[in-house]
Design a protein around this ligand. Sequence first.
Ligand code: FRU
Length: 471
Amino acid sequence: MNRINPDGQNNIASMRKAAQACAHRHLFHMMPPQGWTNDPNGFVYYSGSYHLFYQHNPYAAQFGIIHWGHAKSADLVRWEPLPVALAPDQPYDAGGCFSGSSVVHNGKLYVFYTGNDKDSIQTQCLAISEDGLHFQKYENNPVIAAPPEAVKPTQFRDPCVFRRGERFYMVVGAENKGCRGQVIVYISDDLLNWSYLNTITAGDDTLGYMWECPNLFFQDDRAVLILSPQGITGYPQFNSSHDSGYFVGHFDEATGAFTHGGFHKLDPGFDFYAPQIAANIPDRSVITAWMSTWETPAPTSAHHWAGSMILPREVRVKGDRLLFAPVREIEKYLKPVIAVGAVSGGELPPLEAAAGRLRVSAENKDFTIRLFCSADGREYTEISYSADICAINLDLSHSGEAARGTRSVTLEYAPDILDIYLDRSSVEVFINGGEYVMTARVFPHQGSSGIRILGEAVFQNVSLWGFAVHP
Ligand code: FRU
């Protein structure tokens, strides 16, 4: 069947119309045409396009009947919506087609996902596509019908499949019966038959109870394990019950053991969860993530859509840390509005369509930048620097609808360049060449598009680019 329910089509058409008219729709971030999204899934380069699937409820702008939504892109910036790829139409996935990943093999696209049945029993399942558009669920699903004895069968999900040499590996997130997170690894020669290899690593009581959405990727001689732990308590900087981080280490392909250093936060902003590295891109590691968390408000639900993805980032491993840069393809869409030399305070021209990039090179003094400002100055999203503690703060307490508090990150050295990407209802701040990125959804009221610089700092350079839909 593999189709969304035809009875829902009218509803979908009217939801879609309302969603498209919403002032918070992005220009360069992937979002559902209508309805809900949470995690990105199956991110892959296949047959000349980037494909991004996503956890999707097509019928309502809230979590519910979870399908795999589907979009594709030529350049990771502009996304074209495609028909739903997977619908929950089998007993083993009747409670939702949960998160997973893609592998390209013999010209076909293999997508692995978690079948969540009506009792929330979770198994790992496969669907195959020969054209990147139509997906056939494998007749012998599930390919992994039960976790090892130590793992809860209702907390066993989000397969990430990759190839090393002649073998395929699948890492799966889990909660064990001692209420700790762990990642399990399976191996296969043909993507159809899987055998258990090991627990690659497991958490202690500081690292939450369930590890969602594991991703293992490789760069040079390092392996990086990305995780989204639930209920993390013991790590400073992890200030939400859903957050994402990573370990850098080494993966032993023979035993399936992963040895690693400390756990680092991925994004010290507000809204970044369930990240995933794209498969099958030969020359770079590209990450995307849900630009939200389970705690993020979603006022766009009133307009029949909710959730979006970050601007994909290129990831580089440096020592035991990751560095991030926005995908280079964004450059061709950015058109200069102004470029000025030394600036100390003042108002910049508002960005047409409230989308583009602000770049400032700062000096080591306190400064404040206000974005999405209303004409009366009462509404704004604020980025500030506290020189005495070398911290960048992202303050959403005056950001409009569903305003929130402040998040901060302490830097190792004073900020030099800040690259701030704005897209109508999002802000992504790249600090010091991508050593840190702070991401948030904001919901400014209509007309709040001013940009102001305050404080005593002198910026050596300030430049502003608008986003051109047709470069
Ligand atoms: C993470 C998550 C996954 C699960 C999916 C369900 O946000 O809870 O673990 O597969 O969302 O939509």
